[in-house]
Ligand binder design. Structure first.
Ligand SMILES: NC(=O)c1ccc[n+]([C@@H]2O[C@H](COP(=O)([O-])OP(=O)(O)OC[C@H]3O[C@@H](n4cnc5c(N)ncnc54)[C@H](O)[C@@H]3O)[C@@H](O)[C@H]2O)c1
Ligand SMILES: [Zn+2]
Length: 240
């Protein structure tokens, strides 16, 4: 496995345009629960049953209780060695991070050029789109659920992308452009949530060398150039 890590370091040194896509696995060692695997359930609900527009329409308070619980967990978490290694790579020109994580830990580690593909759990917006621009609220727990829009007084929602919702147009376009790179790393993602999971195949078609870092196999495993089958915080410990 040391050979694979050496190979990764050589590739990073030799590449000009590096794009990294991360998922919940990168934050697992910080204590943020992933959606799939151990700790994926909240009260018996699956994430797929809560992170949807239909779930919010049906029971906004329940959805907010789940987000409030997650915000409380994340508020107590610190970036780990994987976030720090990626932050160090981001100081190179030609680097882009596309993260599916909504926890803000990459930003807290000091990462530049971050595309928040699925939004941010710390940002809220009006659920009825009254024209109020999205706002930041880092209180955990929130004083009342659901929190309200300061303009129209209607319910607010987390400014995250729910299952079935499109990626914000400008973010999708920037991620698409970043898939045109020399080296594409897929780290800590189950590679089942689209369109994020499609970025790797797109990078490969455009000639990138592709690498997956994940302790478990994913649908992308068989199509990457090489796999580092380890937790990200171990594979990237001391990398910069
Ligand atoms: N931290 C967060 O912000 C957070 C947490 C949970 C889910 N989500 C959202 O969930 C959706 C689900 O997709 P996903 O692929 O990001 O997560 P996922 O929960 O579907 O998959 C997590 C992946 O991480 C791997 N993993 C677990 N521990 C790891 C480690 N230490 N190092 C490396 N990999 C590890 C697992 O094998 C799995 O493949 C995303 O859209 C994301 O927005 C975000
Ligand atoms: Zn409003």
């Amino acid at each position: 496995m040391d050979d694979a890590i050496d190979r990764l370091h050589r590739l990073i040194d030799a590449s000009t345009r590096i794009t990294v896509v991360t998922g919940a696995g990168v934050s697992a060692a910080s204590g943020v629960p992933t959606f799939r695997g151990a700790g994926g359930l909240w009260r018996s609900f699956r994430a797929e049953d809560l992170a949807t527009p239909a779930a919010f329409r049906r029971d906004p308070r329940l959805v907010w209780e789940w987000y409030d619980w997650r915000r409380g967990i994340i508020a107590a978490c610190e970036p780990n060695a994987a976030h720090r290694a990626i932050a160090a790579w981001s100081r190179r020109p030609g680097f882009t991070l596309i993260t599916q994580n909504v926890d803000g830990l990459h930003e807290r580690a000091g990462t530049s050029n971050v595309l928040r593909y699925h939004g941010s759990i710390w940002h809220l917006r009006c659920a009825t789109d009254c024209g109020q621009p999205e706002w930041e609220d880092r209180r955990a727990p929130l004083p009342a659920l659901p929190p309200l829009c300061p303009s129209c007084g209607g319910p607010a929602r987390p400014s995250v992308v729910w299952f079935g919702e499109p990626i914000e147009r400008a973010v999708a376009a920037a991620a698409d452009a970043a898939s045109d790179c020399d080296l594409f790393l897929s780290i800590g993602t189950s590679s089942v949530v689209y369109p994020a999971a499609g970025l790797l195949a797109q990078a490969r078609r455009r000639g990138a060398t592709t690498v997956e870092i994940n302790p478990d196999a994913t649908p992308s495993t068989s199509s990457v150039d090489f796999v580092i089958r380890m937790p990200a915080e171990e594979a990237l410990r001391g990398s910069s």
